[in-house]
Design a protein around this ligand. Structure first.
Ligand code: SPV
Ligand code: MN
Length: 631
């Protein structure tokens, strides 16, 4: 005991060289000597000129915001003092897959996961952190990854030299400094970040030395020479890997899923979680739902046989591209109101100090954007038009501004999961909505088989069809085979299993035109709600259960005031058997090469293939839903 107290005194004394009195006092209230020691190690390595501790006090939160403006990481807009703009720079606009690595022991390989040798990577990255914060301020934030007081909440400490990253974290997560001063026993994740050297524009200069390393054993992440929030805000996508890993060991799920409420007849509300790769309708689905608990992440556990979920976040880091007053009235309103706090990233800031993004009704005017000065008609060196705002431009704001935000977001016991939805950007295979036969079938053919055309949230060319199981491939610290085994295991442990659905908003006709309007997804949600509660029948197809025409006709009329014609229904819900067979083959080829793929996964794929072949033999390569309706 005496030794620990002495150690505490020694560490605080050493930390006092980096802090003023007020911040030392904040540090001294933290109960975990090992955490203080780590902060000292970090300070001695990175050599900041001072350390600022962010508690939940409004003045601390305001200080961080002000520092982001003072050091030009953010620029204020004319419209509102609470609206700021941040630019990441032209080479730092998305997550960097190639340089994001899960650290593993020498020689270990994880199928489909980018890994690095732990010892070598740590040596490399610690070298990059050496002295990196010289003459900069270091911010330390303490956060809850879930509602306060929930046994399923995780905790995290973010250390960064970026006021923008600290500011974003303060908007996106619950500040939980007090938990660290109150609770003696606490497991927590640690996130170390540095922007690195900044160039004359304020962008990270050494992009070629951008590294994002994740140490799942020690529950710590390192990120350097980058600013884009998906690479830097620890609790966003770095914690997701740590959380998935813990869930895998302990038998619960950490998912890249929204959490929404859908209203049914009477006062009934049914909760769904949903996974979609970025840019595939995930946010718009969350926002069209009747209530929103979360828009990006979800922790799901077994509570007395029932699946329940919490949102680890309280903010949104959403794609702004295309947000317009007609299709996204809620978000548009939040982004254009003066009393909201918003960080706009990689949009266009006009000379008049106004924010413009693709989707805003007026024309873009001269200003600055993610690549520097911009004027209408501007080209790059290769002769391509430079868009005024980047397709992966984002907004960071609080979820509490949403009119439909669900107060159960703060419920420590979470909400029950009635259904799980998987959706991808698929031009020609999946029907708009389909229910799996059961949990295992859904896990395999909807979750584990998810594919999508690549969007702009990752570096590289958009539009290519990619395998993205559970929409979480980028964030997996274990193989997709092991992740599927976890889902089987989790499902087995439940007495009441959520239903599993696949959705697809991106079906096109022969001329390439989208077959659905954006609002149609509301009807799919309402149908799924009815299915979860056993209120409507469905048609059995070789790939799952699809809606009856009469049910959709009613829902379209009631929910959207729209006529839903039989011809459109037939086009949308025809089973494209050949496309499904091709897909099953692609997915089979992937999993059969992954050593830890559960046999059950392959069996279910094989069974699906037989059903498809049998149906093809009976009905031909494209099957009208009317042919399968046996009533
Ligand atoms: C996503 O790409 O899934 C996002 C944004 O939610 S990022 O933080 O970049 O991951
Ligand atoms: Mn996401």
């Amino acid at each position: 005991m005496v030794v620990i107290v002495e150690e505490r005194v020694r560490v605080l004394e050493a930390l006092s060289h980096y802090t003023d009195k007020a911040n030392l006092e904040k540090l001294s209230r933290i109960r975990h000597v090992s955490l203080l020691k780590w902060l000292l190690d970090v300070a001695e390595l990175t050599k900041p000129s001072r350390i600022f501790i962010v508690t939940s006090s409004p003045s601390d939160v305001e200080y961080v915001r002000r520092r982001a403006l003072e050091n030009r990481e953010e620029i204020s807009t004319r419209y509102s003092v609470m609206h700021t703009v941040h630019f990441d720079g032209p080479r730092d606009l998305a997550r960097d897959r190639e340089n994001t690595k899960i650290l593993v022991k020498h020689g270990t390989k994880i199928p489909m996961v980018n890994t690095g040798n732990r010892e070598e990577c740590l040596k490399e990255v610690l070298e990059l952190f050496n002295g990196v914060m010289a003459s900069k301020e270091m911010y330390v934030g303490f956060y809850c990854f879930g509602p306060k007081g929930s046994p399923n909440t995780l905790y995290g400490v973010q250390v960064t030299d970026s006021a923008y990253v600290a500011h974003s974290s303060n908007i996106l997560y619950r500040i939980c400094y007090d938990v660290f001063t109150e609770r003696e026993h606490l497991e927590y994740m640690r996130f170390l970040h540095s922007v690195g050297e900044r160039d004359e524009n304020g962008w990270s200069k050494n992009i070629d030395k951008r590294r994002i390393y994740i140490d799942v054993e020690d529950q710590i992440t390192y990120s350097v020479n980058t600013q884009y929030a998906g690479n830097t805000v620890g609790l966003k996508k770095l914690s997701l890997r740590l959380c998935v890993y813990r869930g895998y060991k302990e038998g619960w799920l950490c998912e890249h899923m929204f959490i929404i409420g859908v209203k049914g007849p009477g006062d009934r509300i049914t909760y769904f979680t949903g996974a979609y790769p970025a840019g595939c309708g995930k946010t718009s689905t969350a926002l069209i739902a009747d209530t929103v608990v979360g828009d990006d992440l979800s922790i799901i556990w077994n509570s007395n046989g029932e699946a329940r979920t919490i949102n680890p976040e309280v903010g949104m880091f959403g794609i702004i591209d295309g947000v317009n007053p007609i299709d996204d009235p809620q978000i548009y309103e939040i982004l254009t109101r003066r009393d909201t706090e918003v960080i706009f990233s990689n949009i266009l800031l006009t000379e008049e100090g106004e924010v413009w993004w693709n989707g805003k009704p007026e024309e873009p005017r001269r200003g600055v954007n993610y690549a520097g000065k911009w004027y209408p008609g501007m080209h790059d060196e290769k002769g391509y038009l430079i868009p005024p705002s980047h397709p992966n431009a984002r907004f960071t704001t609080s979820i509490f501004y949403l009119e439909k935000f669900d107060p159960r977001i703060d419920d420590p016991s979470g909400v029950p999961v009635g259904g799980i939805i998987f959706g991808g950007r698929d031009p020609d295979t999946w029907v708009p909505v389909e229910e799996a036969f059961d949990w295992d079938h859904g896990v395999v053919t909807k979750g584990a088989s998810l594919e999508s055309e690549r969007t702009t949230a990752v570096l590289g060319q958009a539009g290519v069809r990619e395998f993205n199981p559970y929409a979480i491939l980028d964030f997996l610290p274990i193989s997709p085979g092991a992740y599927t085994e976890l889902h089987f295991r989790f499902g087995e442990s439940l007495t009441k299993k959520p239903r599993i659905f696949g959705v697809n908003y991106f079906l096109r006709d022969e001329s390439g035109k989208y077959l659905n309007e954006k609002r149609d997804k509301y009807v799919w949600l309402k149908w799924m709600e009815l299915r979860v509660n056993g209120d409507v029948e469905a048609i059995e197809t070789p790939t799952g259960y699809i809606p009856l025409y009469i049910d959709l006709e009613k829902l379209f009329a009631r929910e959207l005031g729209k006529e839903f014609r039989e011809e459109l229904y037939e086009k949308l819900f025809s089973i494209r058997v050949d496309k499904h067979l091709e897909k099953t083959e692609r997915i089979w080829n992937i999993y059969s090469r992954i050593l830890d793929t559960p046999k059950k996964l392959l069996d279910i794929l094989l069974w699906q293939k037989r059903r498809l072949e049998d149906a093809k033999w009976r009905y031909g390569p494209v099957i009208s839903p009317f042919k399968l309706d046996r009533r």
